[in-house]
Design a protein around this ligand. Structure first.
Ligand code: DC
Length: 217
């Protein structure tokens, strides 16, 4: 069984997906982390996106996702980069990196491989539209820009004292715009996805709403 959960930045989809998977006792894959890991590779190797041969760079990257006890780790050529994935530097560049066709092709192949022969909750931007258009369940999680920015701010404020709510709001807006208007697999609700608006829901409310739909079908 595939449960596809898509939605914009800061909608709470990864936390919700992780808890839904835990409740159902199945695997969870956060595909945003994979695009973030590729972005870490570009940053660490000082690669300029306009100057590289993207196919050969992608061929030189081995990306592995380890899922153990519900926790996900990402290895880049054998190095565990999980702790670097959520930095603001990575968040700023990841939209650009994830808009590259060759990057997406490789990530989608890995996502399909990981999900083979198992039940899984998989979250991202294009899961219900491109990666698993035949998923048994599809959800599209949204929330107002204000509440999404507030959630991200609460998550990051302790690690970065220069951050302001306004700055985060601006970054999320830019990322949404970029993710929704890119040519390759843009962020889009699948026609048959169920919308969950989380503006006034806390995480357990989101999880319960999804579980109720799954359990009643
Ligand atoms: O969910 P997130 O914020 O960790 O995602 C990081 C970026 O990766 C986001 O800006 C868009 C991109 N992404 C994507 O293009 N496709 C996915 N399936 C998941 C994420």
């Amino acid at each position: 069984m595939i449960i596809a959960i898509d939605g914009p930045a800061g909608s709470g989809k990864s936390t919700t997906s992780k808890l839904v998977a835990k409740k159902l006792d199945i695997a969870h894959l956060d595909t945003g982390s994979m695009y973030r890991a590729i972005t870490v590779y570009f940053i660490n190797n000082n690669l300029n996106l306009n100057e590289i041969d993207i196919s050969s760079v992608m061929n030189s990257i081995k990306l592995e996702v380890l899922i153990s006890n519900g926790e996900q780790s990402v290895l880049l050529n054998g190095d565990n980069v999980t702790s670097m994935l959520r930095s603001n530097k990575v968040s700023k560049l990841v939209s650009k990196v994830s808009s590259i066709r060759e990057v997406r092709q490789k990530m989608v192949n890995i996502q399909r491989e990981i999900s083979q022969d198992k039940s899984i909750v998989i979250d991202g931007r294009d899961i219900g539209t491109v990666v698993f258009p035949n998923a048994e369940y599809k959800f599209f999680i949204t929330a107002s820009i204000e509440s999404r920015a507030q959630r991200r701010f609460d998550e990051l404020k302790d690690s970065d004292s220069n951050l302001t709510l306004e700055k985060i709001k601006e970054e999320i807006k830019n990322r949404d715009h970029y993710d929704s208007t890119r040519e390759n697999s843009p962020l889009k609700k699948a026609n048959d996805a169920i919308i969950i608006d989380t503006t006034h829901l806390n995480i357990s409310g989101q999880v319960n709403e999804i579980l109720e739909i799954i359990n009643n079908n």
